[in-house]
Design a protein around this ligand. Structure first.
Ligand code: NAD
Ligand code: DAU
Length: 342
């Protein structure tokens, strides 16, 4: 592999992957194709060698641009997306454009130029699972976690457009022989995550002197994974994954939102009840949980950041030290949430 396109490589998870590849495989040329929406940030790519990593500011729905870049590459790793559920409930249009038409544009170009394609997707395509306390009596593990056999059942405009994009990829593999793999990962956390998302929103609320905001009762469960572990998993799949296969990525990090918020408050020296409960998200998925055994068994992948408290502490330290990275966005993010009573 000589030249790799990383779409959305200036966003949270995409930029982590770009750093991962540049640090570990410095001979690979990386072209980051990113529109630099509100979620993209050139600063996420600082420190990378300019002769090896090139940022092209552009839209993945721009067919001419995509075809030109793809025709010169060996592999496309597709991260670019509209990624926030709350935004998708306010205005689904950019989600349909980027997540569906954007993916279509990329896979058509990969089909034309016979380029290897990896599709980065989410566990949310499977809908949600019952909370553990509501599970019927049954054997441990049965139907309790998502696998690559779980039927698609997305809930929000975000997750339905991600599900649609996965289905496009699957159809292109079967009908056109597209050389593609898909990964569906659970909730990522770590540095450089946009402050609209749960963990950085609460950390930066505390740093900015605002009270953290918990949706509903905070019983909803997310399966947290450090973004470094997501990157190492995607690298394994791109290199050793079987064409046409789907791999679920997760690190057994299930926690409910109330627990995570109270942990952040504790680590930041605040009273455990120093937060507000606010309006719940419409259609709010109850629980996600990943069974990553296929990835572990077949590709020998293991997550390294399994100590959630340590990862959270390091993430808090990063947002504390890098206030210039997020401060300018904070007021607008909070005003937008306040308009929704959140
Ligand atoms: P993000 O919102 O932080 O970054 C998205 C990036 O895509 C930004 O840099 C943005 O500028 C770029 N982008 C958006 N529209 C574009 C377009 N039309 N053309 C080119 N670039 C465009 O998102 P993230 O959290 O880093 O997520 C990255 C990918 O990983 C997404 O596909 C998401 O569905 C998937 N994913 C995210 C998580 C998570 O927990 N955040 C978990 C599993 C999967
Ligand atoms: O599961 C993978 C998905 O994880 C990705 O596909 C998405 O791109 C990513 O945004 C994330 O989706 P969630 O909706 O789970 O993440 P979010 O950070 O928005 O919210 C996490 C949980 O916290 C969710 O149950 C809603 C709740 N929440 C969120 C915010 C922003 C709060 O209680 N308060 C908040 O202020």
């Amino acid at each position: 592999m000589k030249k790799m396109i990383v779409t959305g490589g200036a966003g949270f998870i995409g930029s982590n992957f770009v750093h991962y590849v540049a640090n570990n495989y410095p001979s690979i040329e990386i072209v980051v194709l990113d529109k630099l929406t509100y979620a993209g940030n050139k600063k996420n790519l600082f420190g990378l060698p300019e002769d090896k990593v090139k940022l092209v500011v552009g839209d993945i729905i721009d067919r001419e641009l995509v075809e030109k870049l793809v025709s010169e590459a060996d592999v496309v790793v597709h991260y670019a997306a509209e990624s926030h559920n709350d935004n998708s409930l306010k205005d689904p249009y950019p989600f349909v454009q980027t997540n569906l038409i954007g993916t279509y544009t990329l896979i058509e170009a990969c089909r034309k130029y016979k380029v290897r394609y990896h599709h980065v997707s989410t566990d949310e395509v499977y809908g949600d699972l019952p909370l553990r306390e509501n599970l019927p009596e049954k054997g441990e593990g049965i139907g309790e976690k998502f696998t690559d056999k779980t039927p698609y059942n997305p809930s929000s405009p975000y997750s339905s457009t991600k599900a649609g994009s996965d289905l496009l990829v699957k159809a292109w593999v079967r009908s056109f022989g597209l050389k593609a793999t898909i990964s569906n990962c659970s909730n990522n956390y770590g540095p450089y995550q946009h402050i609209e998302k749960f963990i950085p929103r609460q950390i930066t609320n505390i740093l900015a002197g605002n009270r953290p905001k918990l949706y509903g009762e905070g019983k909803n469960v997310r399966d947290w994974i450090h973004t470094d572990d997501h990157s190492s998993a995607v690298w394994e799949i791109v290199n050793n994954g079987v064409i046409g296969e789907t791999y679920l990525i997760g690190a057994e990090g299930e926690q409910n939102n109330k627990y995570v918020l109270e942990k952040i408050l504790m680590l930041m020296g605040q009273p455990q009840d120093a937060y507000d409960t606010v309006k719940d998200r419409e259609g709010h998925d109850l629980r996600y949980a990943i069974d990553a055994s296929k990835l572990k068994k077949e590709l020998n992948w293991t997550p390294k950041h399994v100590d959630f408290d340590k990862g959270l502490q390091e993430t808090i330290e990063w947002y504390t030290k890098n206030q210039d990275w997020w401060k300018d966005d904070k007021e607008l993010v909070e005003r937008t949430y306040a308009e929704q009573d959140q």
